[in-house]
Design a protein around this ligand. Structure first.
Ligand code: URA
Length: 209
């Protein structure tokens, strides 16, 4: 089965608890998701390859490490993906950004695509897909399927919470795409929400309820 990395860093876990609390306001939720995005981004980029570049310090020349290859692409699955992406972007300020718009049909829970805009030369770039909730996995599976057709150099999936059902479904379709998450929660409820979870990530992030 595919790789799953649970980011157990104490700061991530503490901030996640604050996000789960139902009385955490929109401003706090937004701020925390960005902070966790940044901390998770640090782990997700740990294996990025380096090459060297000749530079001059004020004292002498040296071969100094730099990130190898073309700029990374961060892809947000709209709309809640923007919250994590903002944090990862703080670490990779030159990253290119793509958006995939998917909504869940409330009856079937199937992902329906309404927007797809991805940077060019993706075949030479590493792609990090961001979506806070890996619930049924339907939208993540659909988004990664569309991206995989473009043959990026690599693909990784980053979420805040994952349900065991979502992980299984995702890796059934995409066994070679590693998942990075802050927590594997207990289960999905009958409406496809993660338990214990944190509610609707989009609504909590944007204050729409
Ligand atoms: N999407 C959410 O925002 N929350 C869940 O619990 C599941 C999917």
């Amino acid at each position: 089965m595919g790789e799953v990395h649970v980011i157990s860093h104490p700061l991530v876990q503490h901030k996640l608890t604050l996000m789960r609390r139902k009385d955490t306001p929109t401003s706090g939720f937004r701020q925390l998701l960005e902070e966790i995005g940044m901390l998770m981004g640090y782990e997700v980029t740990r294996d990025m390859p380096l090459s060297t570049e000749k530079i001059e310090t004020p004292l002498e020349e040296m071969d100094a490490p730099v990130l190898e290859g073309k700029k990374v692409v961060l892809v947000s699955i709209l709309r809640a993906g923007d919250g994590i992406l903002t944090g990862v972007l703080k670490l990779l300020p030159s990253a290119r950004i793509g958006h995939i718009g998917l909504y869940r049909d409330p009856k079937t829970l199937v992902a329906v695509e309404y927007y797809f805009k991805i940077p060019e030369e993706i075949e030479d770039r590493d792609v990090i897909v961001c979506d806070p909730m890996l619930a049924t996995g339907n939208s993540a599976i659909a988004a990664v399927e569309r991206l995989a057709e473009l043959k990026p150099k690599s693909l990784k999936f980053v979420c805040l919470l994952a349900a065991p059902e979502g992980i299984a479904a995702f890796h059934e379709h995409h066994p070679n795409v590693p998942i990075y998450t802050a927590s594997i929660d207990r289960q999905l409820n009958e409406k496809g929400y993660i338990l214990p979870g944190l509610g609707d990530a989009g609504d909590r992030l944007f204050g729409t309820k």
